[in-house]
Design a protein around this ligand. Structure first.
Ligand code: NI
Length: 178
């Protein structure tokens, strides 16, 4: 059990491109995966990418059974995804609310592809390939962005849709026409 500190926006590691993990996966990779899972659970997160704990490797973990922060979302199986690749199915995008353990206390509305195919490897080296949509697709796009040094506020198209949850946001958001 090793819960790591999640780096917050402003730390330089969150702006870097992470490097591919070489096969065969070694013990350092297995320790990294365990740290990511332990940390994600301790922080009550839906997903976590290795750069968020200061390791610039292309590894993400995600999954949710039921989460207070996203009470209405469908469950996502706990997944370890190494060297992930995302392919788009079509150009259809949708806006949705996101939060991030590296941007604590805030949420924002981000456009994402509605449906994607993603592939990669689990920690045993077995190939994973899935076509997913909705919240599952959104979480994977969010986590894989971390591997390219992209945090969700960079993708918010209207900054009126970005704020602190403790201010009652977005429920207190006035309706705007712009
Ligand atoms: Ni994040």
């Amino acid at each position: 059990m090793a819960v790591k500190t999640v780096l917050r926006m402003g730390h330089i590691d969150l702006w870097q491109r992470a490097t591919e993990v070489e096969k065969p996966f070694d013990n350092a990779l297995h320790l990294l995966v365990q740290d990511l899972i332990d940390t994600m659970i301790d922080y009550d997160g839906v997903g976590l990418a290795a750069p968020q704990i200061g390791v610039l490797k292309r590894v993400v973990v995600f999954g949710v059974e039921k989460c207070d922060r996203y009470p209405d979302v469908e469950p996502i199986p706990r997944t370890i995804l190494i060297n992930p690749v995302i392919s788009t199915i079509d150009e259809l995008m949708e806006e949705g609310w996101e939060a991030c353990l590296s941007v604590p206390g805030m949420r924002g509305q981000v456009p994402r592809y509605k449906t994607i195919q993603y592939s990669g490897y689990d920690e045993t080296g077995a190939k994973i390939s899935r076509i997913v949509e909705g919240f599952h697709a959104r979480v994977v796009q969010h986590e894989v962005d971390h591997l390219d040094g992209i945090i969700y506020p960079l993708k918010i198209t209207n900054l009126h849709n970005f704020g602190f949850t403790q201010e009652g946001f977005p429920e207190n958001q006035p309706t705007r026409s712009d």
